[in-house]
Design a binder for this molecule. Structure first.
Ligand code: AMP
Ligand code: MG
Length: 410
């Protein structure tokens, strides 16, 4: 369905909140697949996960030392050690077959099961061994025993569906005994850069040309979210080429992301073709940088049209496409972290816009501070690599020196 002409229609120019809300009115189906856990980095769990086991599965030692009876050791000091007789050695992986009684000790390694009768551990550093005797120079420690189930109980809910898997979660799946889990099938996401001036890195740069970089940034951001980027060759600024590439993308992908061609220029044809032949939900958001993005459908495939300026396309991906993808997949990550920091300088703000300036956030030891680095042009990708955060200065904030503000860590 073609959209009526909207270039001057203020209704399409929305706040970030409205943009997020509107984008969620377009949904796409997701599917499930079962994968070995080693292949689930950055993927999203489709089911709640309950522990298959108690963790640890048995009481065990958290120290290399001796399993003993606490009451035997209570009076031990540096000057007056206690002597016990060693009746065995327990490496990790073995099960104890002796029961410990008063006056005796069993040598034990970290992770080995606690023998019956023992109620505490003395670490090897506090002992001295001679033949089959050991001298204890301190009382033993009951809390060097890791108790069965103290980390996880069998059948306990550990991960809710929608959990985004990082190495930590994958490790815990292994701890619980899962060799495979069901996750959301990856979405295929086409990336189409537009612009006559763009040339692939590696080729010779001719007058008027620049190296195409946005598709590489977007590819990485999509991979971090666990999906499959399909990078198209960049498209020239002609309606026919654009139509052909968009048709191709909508046939092979679940989502299309374009970069460039959405502002007010004569050759901003993504906006024009979407206006004439696509379906637009919004165009332009009150954010800086990155105000001209659009969102809608091309042949029934959702499409985000990002601005061409490299900083803008990165910022808009993070604040608009990241939340949409998480909404579609019911995922709880990845989510850039927001912290508070003190602004060390005045920042020039565009009124009525949310301002995402690139800053360095540092911990001085007593407080978090934020300051800008290189100049803030939205074409300056270097400013993103020399900073580690974006300010979130909401509508009508001032951005003055010493103000405590929210910053989004990159
Ligand atoms: P546009 O949004 O098409 O008007 O582009 C805005 C600015 O971003 C222009 O200076 C373009 O040359 C630049 N630009 C557009 N696309 C890319 C890209 N894929 N990689 C690097 N720069 C780009
Ligand atoms: Mg362009």
């Amino acid at each position: 369905m073609a959209t009526p002409s909207f270039s001057n229609n203020k209704n399409y120019f929305v706040s970030l909140e409205e943009a997020l809300k509107l984008s969620k009115t377009i949904k796409i189906p997701t599917f499930e697949e079962k994968l070995p856990i080693e292949n689930t980095l950055h993927r999203v769990l489709i089911n709640d996960i309950y522990s298959k086991i108690n963790d640890p599965p048995f009481n065990n030692s958290s120290m290399d030392g001796y399993a003993v009876i606490y009451s035997d050791t209570i009076t031990a000091t540096e000057n007056e050690p206690i002597e016990l007789e060693i009746i065995g050695t327990l490496p990790a992986g073995e099960t104890p077959n002796e029961k410990l009684t008063s006056g005796f000790a069993i040598k034990i390694m970290t992770g080995a099961p606690i023998p019956d009768g023992a109620d505490s551990i003395i670490m090897v550093e506090k002992t001295k061994k001679t033949n089959n005797k050991v001298l204890l120079y301190s009382p033993s420690f009951p809390n060097y025993i890791r108790i069965k189930g103290e980390n996880l109980s069998k059948n306990e809910l550990i991960f809710k569906k929608g959990t985004y898997l990082t190495p930590r979660e994958i490790g815990l799946l292994a701890t619980m005994g899962f060799s495979e889990v069901s996750v959301i099938k990856q979405l295929k996401i086409s990336i189409i850069s537009t612009g006559d001036e763009l040339i692939a890195p590696g080729k010779e740069l001719l007058p008027g040309q620049i190296y195409e970089s946005n598709s590489y940034v977007l590819e990485g951001l999509i991979k971090e979210m666990g999906h499959i980027p399909i990078r198209h060759n960049s498209v020239s600024d002609t309606i026919d080429d654009l139509r052909e590439e968009l048709d191709k993308a909508s046939n092979i992908s679940d989502l299309i992301i374009t970069s460039g061609g959405v502002s007010m220029g004569d050759f901003d044809l993504v906006r024009k073709i979407m206006e004439e032949e696509g379906n637009i939900l919004f165009w332009r958001i009150k954010i800086k940088p990155g105000s001209p993005p659009l969102f809608g459908k091309w042949n029934n495939t959702p499409i985000f049209g990002l601005p061409g300026n490299p900083v803008s396309s990165h910022v808009v991906f993070q604040i608009l496409i990241n939340p949409w993808l998480k909404f579609i997949t019911n995922a709880n990550g990845p989510t850039p972290k927001i912290v508070k920091a003190k602004l060390l300088e005045n920042i020039n703000l565009k009124k009525e816009y949310i301002n995402f300036s690139r800053v360095i956030v540092e911990n001085t030891g007593t407080e978090m501070i934020a300051y800008t680095t290189t100049h803030q042009g939205s074409g300056n990708l270097h400013s993103l690599t020399t900073s580690n955060a974006l300010t979130i200065l909401p509508y009508n904030e001032k951005g003055t020196k010493d103000q405590i503000i929210d910053v989004l860590l990159l």
